[in-house]
Design a protein around this ligand. Sequence first.
Ligand SMILES: Cc1cc2nc3c(=O)[nH]c(=O)nc-3n(C[C@H](O)[C@H](O)[C@H](O)COP(=O)(O)O)c2cc1C
Length: 357
Amino acid sequence: MGISFDNLAPPRWGGEVPDRVERPACRLGPDLVIDPPVVLSPMAAVTNPPFRMICREMGAGMVVTEMIHARLLLEGDERTLQFLDLRKNEHPVGVQLFGNDPVMLAEAAARVVEEGADSVDLNMGCPMKKIVTSGCGAGLLKNTDLIYEIFKTMGDAVDVPLTGKIRAGWEDSNAVDVGLAMQDAGASAVTIHGRTRGEMYDGHADLGVIAELKRAVDLVVIGNGDVRDWQSARRMFHATNCDAVMVARGALGNPWVFREIKADLDGLAIPAPPDLDDRRRVLTRHVELYVETFGVERTTFEIRKHLLWYFRGSAGEKVLRKALRGLKTQADILEALDAACEACRLASPEPPIQASS
Ligand SMILES: Cc1cc2nc3c(=O)[nH]c(=O)nc-3n(C[C@H](O)[C@H](O)[C@H](O)COP(=O)(O)O)c2cc1C
């Protein structure tokens, strides 16, 4: 997908850390409050139930599923239906849909609400060629009339808040036009990743575009792009006046980012980075939730990338990479984790480098 982590690596923002910004919980609808106003981004092949639950436990105020193809959902595609597995203790959870047919999206929205979605989100940001050439994802940004029709039709079908996740625009920013179309159609919130489709993941998110959108609409505005710690969250709130922030790459291997941002919003001391024992405990829980949800065989394949994210840049990474070959059982996974933790311990009495650094 051409996703880069470079823009999350230091030094990525010079200058002073802005003063703390007070932000109350953010209301999306009569029954839906994001508290604290920090959301886990939708991420394909990442934000499945185990990861969503870990992030909620770490303090995320809301989580969003991976994107779900509306047509495949309605056709009963087995793999797509699995994405609709919402757990009792992860709410509030938004379900992200992907498609461009208003009637189909409205039917899919009704279906996901039946399954317990607290809100329904429309993907208007995916930059992949295959997706945009079919007029979906960021391809929708070129057609504000269609965006209006989609939200209107979905709004007639469901009672939960409707949200849309956009990029700043296609090549140039048209976020305000998109936001106003959504607002006129009755949407509740817009999440904006401050890069255009053309920018993919290059450079840094443009906070000015997010601020402009916030000034122009009455919708809840959720700022997204390069938030990876309490300092960058402050900067997003400060520079854009957004109502909530959304974190994607900064949470990969680092669900602690939510507790950090929550503490800062609450005016509390920023918790120390997790030590090895904390990490071992959360990783073990992540593995257990994964096995419980998907079974051991699937876990041994899919958990690898998560574990590597947790140890990225640490002395345990190389050891882990080797130990991850040939995993078969849950015990094998935990042994690989122990080996990685031990390598970190031997290399330094300090905890490994923050996963997102
Ligand atoms: C692995 C991965 C998968 C993603 N999948 C989705 C997706 O399914 N839907 C979506 O709207 N955005 C998706 N995104 C984009 C993120 O939600 C987010 O907008 C983007 O990464 C910028 O935020 P960040 O700087 O916090 O990473 C994905 C990003 C990553 C890294």
